[in-house]
Ligand binder design. Structure first.
Ligand code: ATR
Length: 280
């Protein structure tokens, strides 16, 4: 029987997950399908109740349903409990379970581009304190970072992260950000600044050591202004698209029983969907 999974959101037309999972289904010759389903917020509880009856083995969850999904399923692991959001839902033993794969997607993307980079004992500057930042903070702490300076326009949200994740998280004011770059081993943008259609991320990189790695979770454009400027001054940069690709790996494995590979071919397929002019 054809196994079916899907991605749900509201709206959902922008999701690139069908391209990713469709590529893997074809590559591994699996009898499966991956669909896109628009679910209005009020319909979320009934959607999850009937997921199995409709023949789905699970789904990805995107905006605005990540918190709602967390409440609707059994949470599969402590790291996800701490986050309070779920992006991957799967059936096991007659029950619906949920997990978050954003943190591992972030780390896998980093190690894909900079295999020698180790999180252990490093000092990190994170811009932003929203949902994406939470997943990344959790992953970097678990990987052994020494300290995480979380810089956010709304300081209270950075303080919340410290409350939830402990004293290695240090909340900082946005106005101090440039000076804070001085002893960063890694700089991560988790804000929407620099995304197509959003304001640019105006950040002077003069204080950032050239040895620091710079990464951005924004992948539209594929290479943000932050990454272009960091690369130009000699920093190693890690574009955000790989995080999207790597966060999809565990869902595919849970639903279709095969751990898929993030290939260059897959990267370029999605990159061309974002920017038809993309060339390697
Ligand atoms: P996500 O789940 O994608 O992280 P989010 O929870 O809305 O989305 O978080 C967006 C992040 O971008 C936040 O850190 C937000 O800062 P605030 O907490 O102060 O809102 C940040 N952000 C968005 N627009 C911004 C802007 N114009 N200037 C500075 N930070 C901005």
């Amino acid at each position: 029987m054809t196994r079916k999974a899907c991605v749900i959101g509201w709206p959902i037309s922008h999701s690139r997950s069908p391209i990713i999972h469709g590529y893997w289904l074809e590559r591994y010759g699996i009898d499966g399908a991956y669909e896109r389903i628009a679910v209005p917020p009020d319909d979320l509880p009934s959607f999850f109740k009937s997921l199995g009856e409709k023949g789905y083995v699970g789904c990805n969850v995107t905006l605005p349903h990540k918190e709602g999904a967390f409440r609707a399923v059994r949470v599969a692991d402590a790291a996800t409990t701490r986050l309070g959001v779920v992006n991957t839902v799967f059936h096991r033993d007659g029950e619906l379970w949920g997990t978050s794969t954003d943190g591992e997607g972030f780390l896998a993307n980093l190690s894909d581009h900079v295999p020698d980079w180790q999180a252990k004992d490093r000092s990190v500057v994170i811009l932003g304190a929203g949902g994406a930042a939470r997943a990344i903070v959790g992953a970097l702490l678990d990987a052994g970072c020494r300290r995480l300076l979380v810089v956010n326009r709304t300081l209270a949200r950075a303080e919340e992260l410290r409350r939830d994740f402990g004293p290695r998280v240090e909340p900082r004011q946005w106005m101090d950000v440039e000076k804070l770059l001085e002893d960063a081993d890694l700089l991560v943008n988790t804000t929407s600044l620099g995304m197509s259609g959003q304001p640019r991320l105006a950040l002077d990189l003069d204080h950032l050591p050239r040895s620091a790695v710079v990464t951005d979770i924004v992948y539209t454009p594929l290479e943000t202004d932050l990454l272009i400027r960091a690369r130009a001054r000699g920093n190693v940069v890690v574009p955000g698209l790989g995080m999207l690709l790597h966060q999809a790996v565990r869902g595919f494995e849970l639903w279709f029983g095969h751990r898929p590979e993030v290939t260059v071919e897959l990267h370029d397929l999605v990159a061309r969907d974002i920017d038809p002019g993309f060339k390697r």
